[in-house]
Design a protein around this ligand. Structure first.
Ligand code: OOG
Ligand code: MG
Length: 260
């Protein structure tokens, strides 16, 4: 058993990073004898993201996770999480993503923010709103690197919060009232999840304020031009080869992609 005091962060990061690169599931870290604290899990995450940057990926923003009851219940966890997004995860809106890139991908409906001013630390909702250029409907592909998509909060944080892919629909005015928008996610034209943006912390702007706070706590600033994904409003659904996924979000429009 490797206890919390003698964990080699780089070694653990290599495990999750290799699993992501090879699209091969690994056992949960706890089952491999690594009992990480949450702080260590974020250190593993930072190291595995730094491995990505060394390989030439660019950080383009961050994603918030477990900001809805629907997701917390589906994954049996009880706290919000966050992790960096890179350009390698971006899927052109209306584009395709290859099935073989993933282990057991799922998709979920989200709202995206585009920052026009840097954001960090404790901000009011009004301050968070004033730093946003535009908002958009978004779809996130999550792909846990752990067998059976099962994890503890520490496991999933270390695995960069299952981050794997995202697509963003056309950017809309930041003045759009996004507090309670109907969100319908379709597979091949059939509704598969129906929710409301209010499912995201009661109002997705709260997720942006939370993103600023967690970035500040990590000693980071979200720069102008960053994307922030607010977290899914509904449970995630398993993808399958060939499926066409579309989010239809009231007032904001659509975001869609196809799995090749
Ligand atoms: C972790 C990622 C959670 C969300 O929007 O709640 C997340 C997972 O469910 O694998 O992205
Ligand atoms: Mg998500």
């Amino acid at each position: 058993m490797t206890n919390t005091t003698n964990i080699n962060i780089k070694d653990v990061a290599q495990l999750v990073d290799d699993a992501a690169v090879n699209a091969e599931a690994i056992s949960q870290l706890s089952a491999q004898g690594y009992q990480l604290t949450l702080a260590q899990a974020y250190q593993v995450q930072a190291q595995s993201v730094s491995n990505r940057l060394v390989r030439g990926e660019q950080q383009v923003g961050i994603k918030m996770g477990f900001t809805s009851r629907a997701k917390m219940i589906q994954m049996d966890v009880d706290d919000m999480i966050w992790g960096p997004l890179t350009d390698a995860m971006f899927i052109e809106e209306g584009g395709e993503t290859p099935w073989d890139k993933y282990v057991h991908p799922r998709v979920e409906p989200e709202i995206a923010f585009l920052l026009k001013k840097p954001l960090s630390g404790n901000v009011t909702l009004a301050e968070a709103m004033a730093s946003v250029e535009a908002v958009a409907p978004a779809l996130e592909i999550i792909d846990s690197r752990y067998a059976n998509f099962k994890f503890s909060l520490e496991d999933v944080v270390a695995d960069n919060c299952s981050s794997s892919g995202f697509t963003i629909g056309a950017w809309q005015s930041a003045q759009t009232d996004i507090a309670n928008l109907g969100m319908v996610m379709e597979f091949d034209g059939e509704a598969i999840e129906i929710g409301s943006s209010a499912g995201i912390l009661g109002n997705p702007w709260r997720s942006l304020a939370a993103a600023a706070r967690v970035a500040g706590e990590a000693g980071k600033v979200l720069p102008a031009g960053s994307i922030v994904l607010a977290g899914a409003s509904t449970a995630a659904q398993a993808l399958k080869p060939g499926v066409h996924v579309r989010l239809n979000c009231e007032k904001l429009g659509i975001a869609e992609f196809t799995v090749k």
